[in-house]
Design a protein. Structure first.
Lengths: 431, 152
């Protein structure tokens, strides 16, 4: 590290991260949960995916299976909620819209995180703008956020971590000098650095790298030899040298929709309905990101914990002549695959649909033979109407074989809060 | 679904074409701050004298600073309560203790740290908010949506 004065560099990022986002969403509509230990569970109420500071302090770890903390809930020491992604998504959109009013350029990184590219905003104004923003977002949406300001995204993440950890920052931490950078890096365990992750951490620790400062103190060649260009990128970014370019909306390579059933299913009709729903979901996701899939796969699993029962784990894929994203085509292919693998006499516990070979929907080249383009046009139109209606939250429009996800024994959501912002019949009640 | 821009193939353009996209959008009229606007359903009769009845839907704006006389969704000791907000002691108002304050009455939040929640129903007493209460003004009510036609 030289003695560069980072203040003279032209670019700056503010990383905004919602504090314990899912928990904060629950609290926004149940202010009584403020200050109490709260956890939010994964789909199907499986394990802990979000924790309030209070439940973190109780030693509850991310990913803890629900049954291990259930006694705390029974004793009234812990509040539990099923995940309510509809609600979280709505609140996320509200937060992001407030950020976009301030940021010249906004990159939404995840449901609860965004990078504001603040190039061109005078450095001296930044902390003030960010503090006002924190107050405003909290007031308007109920969501507390923290902001880390630095020259690079990776360093912004470090700054954000400090803003969250230490109350004194009042939610905004700025790393704008070599001195502050040095201090921050020395206090940051290498495992907390964005881009190092759980794979890189043990390796680096074995080589004597404990903190982010240890890491940047190594020569560039040392890093390049062991971690390649990706490591060099992190190494540079940590020193305030911008490397991570704004990523274009990355297209996924495959999309999977799968669920475990609350009770086992052996009936083909029943499985047909589930698989149709999963396939419909996949098609919806494809259309949302403007892509189409060339392959549709289906898997069904028996219950591997029931050693007393016969096990069967088949899967099959259907290759589409032309990549598709319409609900009828994806569902049709999925059901073809299901029929290939289904065998009666087994108790199935889980099923899923995977769509792969994903391409841009615009770039699809039509084959000359054996492709009925008028049927395709009709399918596309059907899908568009379905998307418009289904965005209202309830799957009111669907194909004959789909059932719409509301199974009596479907996803377990025993502790779910209401759809307060998206359903007229689920509004908060005031007396 | 009609397209945004209808195409006219022959003859004269319709004089109405320029006006095709204007319609009254209730979202635009009733929601000034979309990111801060939420809806709530009224349960009970604590505000009947203000015309707010069981089953009505409230448009609630969390961005607005609560002022004297505002109707607000308050959170007090574990429950959402719909009340008028007042910074003046209702008992001190020459005996008319449960009078509903009119919006726009002069107020001074900074000097009067005390706050009262006033129902609009003789049956219920005003509530003085003290430090012992778990209290927050959740949002200011901007509009009330009431179903009038019972056939719907």
């Amino acid at each position: 590290m030289g003695s560069r004065d980072l203040r003279h560099k032209e670019s700056v990022y503010a990383l905004v991260d919602c504090n314990n986002f899912f928990v904060s969403c629950e609290r926004a509509f149940q202010p009584g949960l403020e200050g109490r230990p709260v956890v939010v569970l994964s789909n199907n109420d499986g394990c802990v995916v979000a924790r309030s500071n209070e439940s973190k302090a109780m030693g509850i770890k991310m990913g803890t299976p629900f049954f291990k903390v259930k006694y705390l809930v029974d004793q009234g020491k812990l509040v539990v909620r099923s995940s309510n992604y509809t609600l979280y998504g709505d609140l996320s959109a509200r937060v992001m819209s407030l950020l976009s009013e301030v940021a010249p350029k906004l990159e939404v990184y995840s449901i609860d995180e965004a990078f504001m590219n603040m190039d061109g905003v005078p450095d001296s104004d930044l902390p003030g703008i960010c503090r006002e923003l924190i107050v405003k977002i909290r007031r308007w949406t109920g969501i507390p956020v923290s902001i880390g300001i630095a020259r690079t995204k990776t360093l912004g993440k470090v700054a954000n971590h400090f803003a969250k950890k230490y109350k004194g920052y009042k939610g905004v931490c700025v790393i704008d000098t070599d001195e502050k950078m040095h201090k921050a890096l020395s206090l940051t365990p290498i495992g907390d650095v964005w881009g190092i992750g759980w794979r890189g951490t043990p390796k680096l620790k074995a080589l004597g790298v404990e903190t982010a400062l240890d890491f940047v103190s190594r020569p560039r060649e040392w890093v390049h030899e062991r971690m390649g260009i990706v490591g060099v990128r992190t190494w540079s970014e940590l020193q305030g040298i911008r490397m991570v370019e704004e990523e274009k909306e990355e297209k996924r390579k495959s999309i999977c929709t799968s669920r475990s059933f609350a009770s086992m299913i052996d009936d083909l009709d029943e499985l047909t309905q589930r698989v149709s729903d999963f396939a419909g979901k996949c098609a919806e996701k494809l259309r949302k990101e403007g892509t189409a899939a060339g392959t549709v796969g289906v898997f069904i699993h028996t219950n591997r914990f029931r050693e007393d029962l016969e096990q069967y784990y088949p899967n099959a894929s259907i290759h589409l002549e032309v990549p598709a994203n319409s609900t009828p085509e994806i569902v049709g292919a999925a059901l073809k695959a299901l029929k290939l693998v289904y065998r009666p006499g087994f108790e199935y516990k889980r099923a899923g649909v995977i769509v792969a070979d994903i391409v841009d929907a615009d770039s699809i080249q039509q084959t000359l033979f054996g492709f009925d383009s008028s049927a395709r046009d009709r399918d596309d139109r059907i899908s568009k109407v379905m998307d418009m209606v289904n965005t209202s939250g309830k799957n009111v429009l669907r194909l004959g074989t789909q059932r719409g996800g509301h199974y009596a024994d479907g996803i377990r959501r025993e502790f779910c809060s209401g759809l307060y912002t998206t359903s007229w019949s689920d509004l908060i009640e005031v007396r | 679904m009609p397209d945004d821009k209808p195409t006219v193939h022959a003859g004269f353009p319709s004089p109405a074409q320029d006006y095709m996209n204007t319609f009254i959008d209730l979202n635009k009229e009733l929601v000034r701050h979309p990111a801060a606007t939420f809806y709530a359903r009224v349960v009970g009769d604590s505000m009947v004298d203000a015309g707010v009845e069981d089953g009505d839907v409230l448009v609630v704006d969390k961005s607005m600073e609560p002022q004297e006389g505002d109707m607000a969704v308050c959170f007090i000791d574990g429950e959402f309560a719909l009340k008028y907000i007042s910074y003046k002691d209702p008992a001190g108002d020459s005996g008319k203790s449960r009078k509903v304050p009119k919006p726009g009455v002069s107020y001074d939040i900074l000097e009067h740290r005390k706050m009262w929640l006033l129902p609009a129903n003789e049956k219920y007493p005003p509530i003085e908010v003290t430090e012992s209460n778990d209290f927050t003004v959740w949002g200011v009510v901007t509009y009330v949506i009431k179903k009038v036609c019972t056939r719907l």
